[in-house]
Design a protein around this ligand. Structure first.
Ligand code: SAM
Length: 263
């Protein structure tokens, strides 16, 4: 049974890192008039209420997006998506990755999302109701294998597991290798946590050993959200990384490095 619920963590510094890079990638991809596919294996509920008891209890958004929103000027695609979702869903909302994608993508693009948890999936369907989006209550890895290569072939997939199942670390390099063989033009974006005992390290070594094209690894460190919290950083690994993403990585480095050392 899945117990992870992203509402406890929505808008934390890892979300800021992941969502800023995803929004930048989507902005770049939509500069061309050609349609694209957006897939997401672990979608969550799409829109989060930051005044909910769960979000207030951890306070992760308070030391996350609420503390660093000035890193993004109002024209930044991440800031634009957050604002548009607030206008649609209320001032206390935070846009998850499906909402960021549906905000930044166009009618010609195709969005396909997987979420395994029935309650989260139901909330996702409600949050996405205004958009033309396919939502699958299914294992995201299985959805990706079934749909890739997608039509349109140009596009991006976000893989954002909770790593609740520790076997995911070992399975992901094999999964990405197979996915890339099936969809060699697809942009793959993988998120992973940086925990105090570095469980991501063997996964990243295996991914780098695959020598995939235009691989881009970007990691940021930050103070733990609260005493004893094990997450002290966030990582993204891209295959076929879009042009211009490195500039946003460099910009984020400057901001994250000002936050102080993890404790
Ligand atoms: N990508 C979201 C965002 O950035 O807004 C956050 C997703 S959250 C980190 C991970 C989600 O994956 C949870 O909602 C969980 O229920 C779901 N999940 C866990 N295992 C899954 C699986 N095998 N397939 C699809 N969804 C899964």
């Amino acid at each position: 049974m899945l117990s992870y619920q992203h509402i406890f963590h929505a808008g934390n510094l890892a979300d800021v890192h992941k969502h800023a890079l995803m929004a930048t990638a989507l902005e770049y991809l939509t500069q061309k008039p050609k349609p694209l596919s957006y897939l997401e294996t672990h979608s969550g509920r799409g829109v989060y209420q930051l005044d909910s008891p769960e979000a207030v209890k951890t306070g992760e958004a308070r030391v996350g997006i609420e503390a660093v929103s000035n890193w993004f000027d109002k024209d930044h695609p991440y800031a634009r998506a957050l604002e548009q979702v607030r206008v649609q869903h209320g001032d206390a909302t935070y846009a998850g990755s499906p909402a960021i994608a549906s905000t930044l993508l166009r009618d010609i693009d195709k969005i396909q999302l997987a979420e395994l948890h029935p309650r989260e999936c139901g909330a996702l369907k409600d949050a996405m109701a205004m958009h033309s989006v396919r939502v699958y209550e299914q294992d995201g890895f299985e959805m990706a294998q079934a749909l890739c290569p997608p039509t349109p072939r140009r596009g991006i997939i976000l893989i954002d597991p909770s790593y609740e199942i520790k076997a995911d670390y070992a399975a992901i390099p094999k999964f990405i290798s197979k996915l890339h063989r099936k969809w060699n033009v697809g942009i793959v974006a993988l998120w992973y946590p940086i925990l105090t005992d570095n469980p991501h390290a063997p996964m990243l070594k295996a991914l780098e050993d695959l020598s995939l094209p235009k691989a881009l690894r970007h990691e940021v460190r930050f103070p733990a959200a609260r005493e004893g919290h094990r997450m002290v950083g966030s990582g993204m690994f891209f295959v076929n990384a879009p042009f211009g993403l490195q500039d946003e990585c460099d910009r984020l480095n400057a901001h994250f490095s000002g936050l102080g050392t993890p404790h």
